[in-house]
Design a binder for this molecule. Structure first.
Ligand code: ADP
Ligand code: MG
Ligand code: MG
Length: 249
């Protein structure tokens, strides 16, 4: 039984088949590395997952149930959260206000669930404590480091009972200490049954934090392994594909 399953995902742009039958099977409470060279299709796959792009073909299952995901808001409400660096946080708003952005669906014209500032701050403080973020209710989001903003995003995901959290190259601008802090959060989420998709090119990180790995190459699905069963050399080999060495028949 998988937490998240993507089956046979295809997506073309004019002149390029970006995804050609991609499979992704993420077990509950695991970190699943998604690897592939630049242009392999990792971001496109995640954009299909979040409804940013409409897939040409393919299916998405969450806990065995087939899902159609319309847009990123819909994804969030169905239990999928994305943590990346080009978020659209509002720097001049407080941390709590950012955590509550987009939380309540606006598509209904019925009575809107609203939350008062006191309750919002109390709730935010509780969730931020989970990711070891000291909470200053007056601090603006823009005053935080990238690592701290990521912690806020993760706290938001957890507070919305995210089943799958996608981390797209989360350590690219973190210090060693910040990476260690992030990994502590990741391990804590795992222990609480949250699944994560971890996009990274850093082999040492994959070894340290990931359980499973799926490799993509030129928009195609190469395979899925348990990290412990595949060597670094083999990972690289699978990412770049076999060179044509046998030039003589
Ligand atoms: P990765 O994240 O693995 O580096 P991408 O998903 O960004 O790869 O890109 C996969 C392929 O799809 C590339 O050839 C890229 O040029 C193409 N591609 C991605 N997005 C678009 C788009 N919006 N329009 C046209 N081509 C795109
Ligand atoms: Mg890229
Ligand atoms: Mg990418």
């Amino acid at each position: 039984e998988y937490r998240l399953e993507m089956r046979g995902v295809c997506k073309s742009f004019p002149g390029v088949k970006a995804l050609d039958g991609i499979n992704l099977r993420v077990r509950p409470g695991t970190v699943h590395a998604l690897m592939g060279e630049n242009g392999a299709g990792k971001s496109t796959l995640m954009k299909c997952l979040f409804g940013i792009y409409k897939m040409d073909e393919g299916e998405i299952y969450l806990d065995g149930e087939k899902m159609t995901i319309l847009n990123p808001d819909d994804a969030l409400h169905k239990g999928l959260a994305m943590v990346h660096q080009e978020l659209q946080p509002i720097p001049e708003r407080t941390i709590a206000e950012n955590m509550y952005l987009g939380r309540y669906p606006l598509k209904n014209f019925g009575p809107l669930k609203v939350i008062d500032h006191k309750t919002m701050n109390e709730e935010a403080a509780k969730w931020l404590e989970n990711v070891k973020m000291p909470y200053d209710p007056k601090a603006k989001l823009g005053s935080l480091s990238i690592a701290q903003m990521q912690s806020v995003e993760i706290a938001k995901a957890v507070s919305m009972s995210a089943k799958v959290v996608i981390l797209d190259e989360p350590t690219s601008s973190l210090t060693d200490n910040e990476v260690e802090a992030l990994f502590r959060i990741v391990r804590d989420l795992k222990s609480r049954g949250v699944s994560m998709i971890y996009i990274s090119h850093k082999m040492a990180e994959i070894r340290e934090i990931a359980d499973d790995i799926t490799i993509m190459r030129d928009g195609t699905y190469v395979g899925t392994w348990e990290v412990k069963d595949i060597s670094d050399d083999e990972i690289v080999h699978q990412m770049v594909g076999r060179e044509l060495t046998n030039v003589y028949p």
